[in-house]
Design a protein around this ligand. Structure first.
Ligand SMILES: [Zn+2]
Length: 269
């Protein structure tokens, strides 16, 4: 995705910016973070910013914003850094996966200062895998950083939670959404009709990911963004509506599911 936040300053949630700012200012060494909160709120982007903060060549003596220009930052930005390992726990949830991970962890980083493990949807791990992860978190190797992400904190064992520095992601406010969209608008040098960004911010209900996706689509059609363009994409966005419906069904929220279904029918999805 284009226009992911690349620095602490660019992160969209003010609460998350503040926490990371404090950690960096205190030059604190953290071995495990737990990023919790709704989907699309910027957890993965933040994890990657953290990976650069601890590895940026300019931060070797004191933590600070990543420069995003040195070879360490560049390799992480391009996704080619071998020492930054992203694991989707939904598909690598077994004991063998974690055992393999444990073996890798014992090895020092090959190129970067700190080996970073980003484990997405960590609540999906099996209990055996959680036990193995716990042992690692109890005695983390000095050259490692674990960043666990979850949308369902209540499914993560307390023993794991208590060993992590927790960062809570909240649903974005309209103002925070606007800020994120303005970064995209600036990057694309697009003009935008008054009120269009506010409309989109409300329509995507706190999901940066959905909002930026819709914005990106609108911008690719026109360099002068009108409110109506966004309205058409939002109302015609089948995937978006169906996604909302599925989410409500998964959450077993019957009333919301019916509401989304009704909305979809009315919009002809
Ligand atoms: Zn750098």
């Amino acid at each position: 995705m284009k226009y992911r936040p690349r620095t602490i300053e660019e992160l969209d949630l003010s609460g998350v910016r503040r926490i990371l700012g404090e950690i960096v200012k205190a030059n604190k060494t953290v071995h495990a973070y737990l990023l919790t909160g709704p989907r699309g709120a910027g957890k993965t982007s933040t994890a990657r910013v953290l990976a650069r903060i601890v590895n940026c060549e300019q931060n070797s003596k004191k933590l600070g914003e990543p420069c995003n220009k040195c070879s360490a930052c560049e390799s992480i930005l391009s996704g080619s850094a071998l020492d930054v390992i992203e694991i989707d726990a939904a598909s690598n949830r077994g004991i063998d996966d974690i055992r393999e991970l444990k073996e890798k962890i014992r090895l020092a980083p090959a190129y970067l200062r700190t080996k970073v493990y980003i484990i997405d949807e960590v609540h999906m791990l099996t209990s055996e895998a959680f036990n193995a992860l716990l042992k690692t978190l109890e005695e983390p190797p000095t050259h490692s950083l674990f960043i666990l992400c979850t949308t369902e904190l209540h499914k993560v064992p307390e023993t794991i939670v208590s060993r992590c520095t927790q960062i809570q992601f909240t649903k974005a406010t309209t103002e925070e959404m606007r800020r994120a969209f303005e970064r995209v608008i600036k990057g694309e040098e697009t003009t935008v009709e008054e009120g269009a960004l506010e409309y989109l911010a409300k329509a995507v209900d706190g999901s940066f990911r959905d909002g930026v996706k819709i914005l990106d689509q609108a911008i690719s059609n026109s360099s002068n963004l009108m409110l109506q363009d966004l309205q058409e994409i939002v109302s015609g966005s089948r995937g978006y509506m169906i996604d909302k419906l599925l989410q409500a069904m998964i959450a077993k929220d019957g009333v919301l599911a019916l509401f989304e279904l009704n909305e979809g029918v009315q919009k002809g999805v």
